[in-house]
Design a protein around this ligand. Structure first.
Ligand code: PLP
Length: 761
């Protein structure tokens, strides 16, 4: 069951709108420009919808054009305003005007301003109107600039925060200004009362898909007398203001939505919506400790909540909510590698942690009480899952057994936690400052004592946060003798954690103090933490002042002698999510490493070749210092995806494939009743605990397929690639993840009853 709470991005299509679109395609399919009966029917439909739109938008006069959506409306408005400015300039008028837009506008607005300003050769200054901490425009700033403004663009309500602009205040600030005024009204439709003709607004674009009409249909209001230049010229449609045969299916669907707005049956009033929002806000605050709302409710659309949970990334919350069947969105744009802080929240002056981890929840004006109830109960379940997994403060310790290894990654840098379940002791290796609070909470909640905090070397790209972690976790810190600079207890040969032992091995090169920590269980070497000395696809750079380039080759040989070619090596950086490496796998990919270990390169030749590689190393994709020159191309590599049909076929063959769900435990917990993949019980191994299972999978027979899956197919593809790289060729990822796995029941025919909820089976 899916609960869609991302209405500011788009909405489902109202059943009445779907029916109207189907009818426009099947029965009233005529071209409204034709003069025969079929055309006349289509024309009548078009005229009727426009007349309804005029009533709903309070626009008895002015032009109301059908467009493909708001982006087109914005382009048309900006082109119109800037074309008239250009005509004035071409007529000899000296133009000392500026183009102003709200700092929190949708990107379509500033991008259109830049585009047309350059294309028309105007080159007028473009400035962002600052907003205050509530996201409201700085009216004093605007008043000062108003006399020299050529075009002012201010949205009616913000798509990320729901903050409603003070349009009357803006109109007052613009009194006497020569500026044309564009109001992006996309998020206002159906949620705010609009009286366009009574206002000073010159242009107001709308988009159908934000209010239960399909994508590809929109409206643009143009005030009588406002300059106009068509964006599309051609067959003279829309009174030659917007050429192209009209999207009649879209117009019919939009008409059905506008009818529903007028009759007031389907869309809830402001008071009901505000009650829905309050219930969701209460559920969120109760579920997530310390949650902050990023915009004041009193100034926002009653359908939008934007919030941040301290210490919990938006990526984690999105995965969690998605697993629970709640569709929300990140309040910030996510690049492939890193969540970028939201420019909207940044413009409001929110601190980076708050704007980078923001989540937006926006429900539809037609959503009913049943859906809100269910959403609230799932939100509470999400909060409980975070607490149960020690990701949110817990009042008392959990007795859940910790996994042997947990890996945390921040911008490609890795931190490891080694825990012994029986003695409840652990060691943290290469702590990162961003993780301090989370790790302390994690240890406290699981009742773990901290035996040591170790660094594999003095890092070149960041300062160690070991001291900070020890101070923050002092109550959990085992009584310790003095330690060396890397945190190793002075005078001790090993650190014992119940049945586990850590020993150390000096491997100078990347830095003079580079050290590997070897983890032994009973008398077996399980794996080694090697810092930056060997990373997947790279060797640590040795051009730092603290490096010892000539010692590097011999350290690699020592490492090989002690750990052998197949022991898992856990690196200090893992920019491409390869998780682990082995000397044998790296030798195949890294000629320099192979050269040293196979005796073809001596220490000096190795150092020289390495220095050449490291000359002018660019920053990483995270804009951090690269800790080594990658030589395996960091490509996404071979295709590891397998489609549903291929997997179903594979399940019938031998050997039977293993299915591995790599979602985190908190996702699995809230997704108890999600669609099973192939009716086969999967193994649950989360991405952060994947290292625990790697040795077991690598020991499987080479022909056993292992198919990983997750929510979207990203994390499972990483797991499959990592396993293949380490030598298991039959590692696969379910293409598109659970999101695309075929749901069991086929969707019911759209009901034309009151559109009570968007819960979909
Ligand atoms: N303006 C705002 C405030 C929006 O939220 C959006 C859509 O996200 C747009 C403009 C662009 O609308 P469309 O998708 O119809 O081009």
């Amino acid at each position: 069951m899916e609960i869609y709470l991302d209405a500011n991005a788009t909405t489902p299509v109202l059943p009445q709108a779907r029916a109207a679109a189907l009818s426009a395609m099947a029965e009233q399919f005529g071209n409204p420009s034709s003069t025969h009966a079929s055309g006349l029917k289509a024309r009548a439909l078009l005229d009727r919808v426009r007349a309804t739109a005029r009533r709903v938008l309070g626009a008895p006069s002015g032009q109301l054009l059908f467009t493909s959506g708001a982006t087109e409306g914005i382009q048309t408005a900006v082109l119109s305003a800037l074309s008239t400015l250009r005509r004035r300039r071409d007529g000899g008028e000296p133009l000392r005007l500026e183009l102003l837009y709200g700092a929190t506008e949708h990107k379509a607005v500033p991008e259109a301003l830049k585009h047309w300003n350059a294309l028309l050769g105007l080159q007028l200054p473009i400035r962002a109107i600052p907003v205050d901490a509530h996201g409201r425009h700085d009216l004093a700033w605007l008043r000062d600039r108003a006399p020299t403004a050529g075009l002012v663009c201010t949205m009616a309500a913000n798509n990320e925060t729901g903050v409603i602009s003070d349009l009357e205040g803006i109109a007052a600030a613009l009194a006497g200004s020569p500026a044309l005024w564009l109001v992006d009204s996309v998020q206002a439709l159906g949620k705010l009362t609009l009286k366009l003709t009574e206002s000073r607004i010159d242009y107001a674009p709308f988009s159908g898909h934000k209010l239960y009409a399909p994508k590809g249909i929109g409206l643009l209001y143009v005030r009588d007398g406002a300059p106009f230049t068509p964006l599309l010229a051609g067959g003279g449609q829309e009174s030659a203001l917007r050429a192209g045969t009209e999207n009649m299916a879209g117009i019919a669907a939009l008409g059905a939505v506008l009818d529903a707005l007028e009759d007031g049956e389907i869309f809830h009033d402001q008071t009901t919506l505000a009650v829905h929002r309050l219930r969701l806000a209460t559920a969120l605050s109760e579920a997530f400790s310390g949650l902050v709302f990023n915009a004041p409710a009193a100034l926002s659309l009653p359908t939008t909540l934007n919030f941040t949970v301290p210490g919990v990334s938006s990526k984690l919350l999105l995965d969690l909510f998605d697993a629970a069947g709640l569709r929300v969105s990140g309040g910030s744009a996510c690049s492939a590698s890193k969540a970028q802080p939201s420019y909207v929240l940044e413009a409001m002056g929110l601190p980076a942690w708050q704007s980078a981890a923001a989540v937006r929840l926006s429900f539809g004006a037609a959503d009913g009480t049943g859906l809100i109830d269910e959403a609230c109960s799932r939100i509470r379940a999400c909060g409980a899952a975070l607490r149960a997994n020690c990701l949110s403060p817990m009042p008392r310790a959990q007795e859940a057994a910790p996994e042997l290894l947990t890996r945390f990654v921040v911008d490609g840098a890795c931190c490891y936690l080694v825990a012994d379940a029986t003695s409840r002791q652990c060691v943290v290796i290469d702590p990162l400052p961003e993780l301090t609070d989370g790790i302390v909470q994690w240890l406290r909640c699981r009742g773990l004592a901290l035996a040591a905090v170790l660094d594999t070397h003095s890092h070149g790209d960041h300062a160690s946060s070991a001291g900070e972690l020890r101070a923050a976790a002092c109550a959990l810190l085992k009584e310790q003798s003095t330690t060396d600079a890397l945190g190793w207890p002075q005078g001790d040969d090993e650190i014992v954690l119940g049945g586990l032992r850590l020993t150390r091995l000096a491997i100078p090169g990347h830095t003079a103090d580079s050290t590997a920590y070897l983890l032994h269980e009973a008398h077996t070497l399980r794996l080694a933490f090697v810092g930056d000395t060997v990373m997947p696809g790279a060797l640590g750079r040795s051009d730092f002042p603290q490096s010892e380039p000539l010692a590097y080759a011999s350290s690699l040989k020592t490492l090989e002698r002690i750990v052998g070619p197949h022991t898992l090596l856990l690196p200090g950086h893992d920019y491409d999510n390869r998780f682990a490496c082995t000397l044998s796998a790296e030798c195949e990919m890294q000629p320099l490493l192979a050269g040293v270990l196979q005796g073809r390169l001596d220490a000096a030749a190795f150092a020289k070749a390495k220095a050449a590689l490291e000359d002018h190393l660019p920053l990483t994709e995270y804009q951090t210092l690269a800790c080594g020159a990658r030589v395996d191309g960091c490509t996404q590599g071979t295709r590891v995806e397998m489609g549903a049909a291929q997997l179903t076929a594979l399940m019938r063959g031998t050997p039977r494939p293993m299915l591995v769900d790599v979602r985190e435990p908190y996702e699995q917990q809230v997704a108890a009743d999600s669609t099973p993949v192939c009716d086969t019980a999967p193994e649950y191994v989360s991405s952060s605990g994947l290292l625990n299972a790697l040795p077991r999978w690598l020991a499987l027979s080479a022909d056993v397929p292992i198919v990983f899956y997750c929510r979207s197919g990203n994390r499972s593809a990483q797991a499959a690639r990592a396993l293949r790289r380490l030598g298991h060729a039959q590692a696969w990822s379910l293409e598109g993840g659970l999101a695309l796995w075929p749901a069991a029941p086929s969707p019911a025919e759209p009901s034309l009853d009151k559109f009570e909820t968007t819960i979909q089976q």
